[in-house]
Structures are given as structure tokens and as C-alpha cells.
Design a binder for this molecule. Structure first.
Ligand SMILES: [Zn+2]
Length: 202
């Protein structure tokens, strides 16, 4: 189990975490902890209110029922979980290990060195990334506009992050300025705070 756990953590941090929003990452860890790791079972039945309480205590922020619904839908959309039936005791969720998740499989399969391309000076190349990301900010999930869209290095250039398609993400200017020069882990608390402040203003 120990070796297995190490593999799960490595695959999560290296391959899955970059594809999740900070909130989704928190929920996925919570699910893994309470299914595979705690009960050695790939599934968990739990109510959304219990999830909200747990996420809130971990992140020291309030999470409500509607947000949990959005998060579980997001995780299902990214192939991390499968939502089952709901009864009196809650909803059944099948939790997939990182190695079972399509986007992680894809990354595990890539062995060649990534190709660096001229995404910053070539507008057509920039557009490829915006289109891949559906013109949505990777960090806050809001749609970007021609005025506030930019490309962000997920692994910062100061930490050897490259100009590769894998490492470049569509970002709004606000998130980009917060993330700037930081790793995703370093920036996550500041991003969350800013996302929450912007939501409260709406
Ligand atoms: Zn943003």
C-alpha cells in the first residue's frame, strides 16, 4: 500500500493537479482519502452537505451546496469520479485513481521531450491554446475576453517552465498577475482568495 500510495501522490501532483481548479483538487483529495485510502474501496456514499462541511474546514472558506454540486460535476467532467444514485444516506461516487483518469493516462504515455513553440509572438499559435481551453481562464474558470486574455506558464519560467503547449494555460489578467512567478501550489491560496472576492462582488 505504501508504494502504491506514493505512486498515487506522484501522479496526482505531477499530472492531475495541474488539470484541476484548487477547489476541485481539494475535493478530489477528500474523496481519495475517504475511499481508496481509508476504506480500501473505490467508492464512497456521502451527502453534499457533509462534503461542504469538510471542504470548508480544510480550506477555511465557506463552501455551499450549490458549489459542491458544481465541483462534483466538474470532477466527473474531467473523468476523476463517476456520480451514481442518490438515496437517504447521500450520493454514491466512484472515485478513480490518477492512473485511471484519461488526462493522466495521456501524460503518462508521453515520453518524448515536449516541443517549444512560439506561442507568445505568433497570434495563430496563441489562438490554438485559447481554443483548447475554450477561452476560459484555467485558474478562475471565467470566460476571458480579447482585452483580458493572456497565456500563463503553469510551471513558471523561473522554475524551468517551458513555452510548451502543455505548460501554457489560458489565463485572465487578474489570475495571471497573482500566479506570476509562483508555482501552482504557492499561488493556490492567493488565487482562491481572489476568486472568492470576485464572486462576492457579483
Ligand atoms: Zn482568472
Amino acid at each position: 500500500m505504501k508504494d502504491n500510495l506514493q505512486k498515487i501522490i506522484e501522479q496526482f501532483v505531477d499530472f492531475l493537479m495541474p488539470a484541476l481548479t484548487p477547489y476541485e483538487a481539494s475535493l478530489y483529495i477528500f474523496f481519495l482519502r475517504n475511499s481508496h485510502i481509508k476504506n480500501n474501496s473505490p467508492e464512497i456514499r456521502i451527502g453534499k452537505r457533509t462534503i461542504a462541511e469538510n471542504i470548508s474546514s480544510v480550506r477555511a472558506i465557506t463552501t455551499n451546496y450549490a458549489q459542491v454540486t458544481k465541483l462534483v460535476d466538474g470532477l466527473e467532467g474531467k473523468g476523476c469520479i463517476k456520480i451514481g444514485d442518490t438515496n437517504r444516506d447521500g450520493t454514491l461516487y466512484n472515485i478513480f485513481l490518477p492512473e485511471e483518469i484519461p488526462s493522466v493516462k495521456e501524460k503518462l504515455a508521453i515520453t518524448a521531450d515536449p516541443v517549444e513553440e512560439d506561442f507568445f509572438t505568433n497570434p495563430e499559435k496563441r489562438k490554438e491554446i485559447f481554443e483548447r481551453d475554450k477561452y476560459t481562464c484555467f485558474y478562475c474558470g471565467e470566460k476571458v475576453t480579447p482585452e483580458n486574455s493572456t497565456l500563463d506558464h503553469l510551471v513558471p519560467q523561473s522554475k524551468d517552465g517551458k513555452h510548451t503547449k502543455e505548460n501554457l494555460k489560458t489565463s485572465c489578467l487578474i489570475c495571471n498577475s497573482i500566479k506570476s512567478g509562483k508555482t501552482y501550489e504557492e499561488a493556490a491560496p492567493y488565487l482562491l482568495k481572489s476568486i472568492q472576492e470576485r464572486r462576492n462582488k457579483k
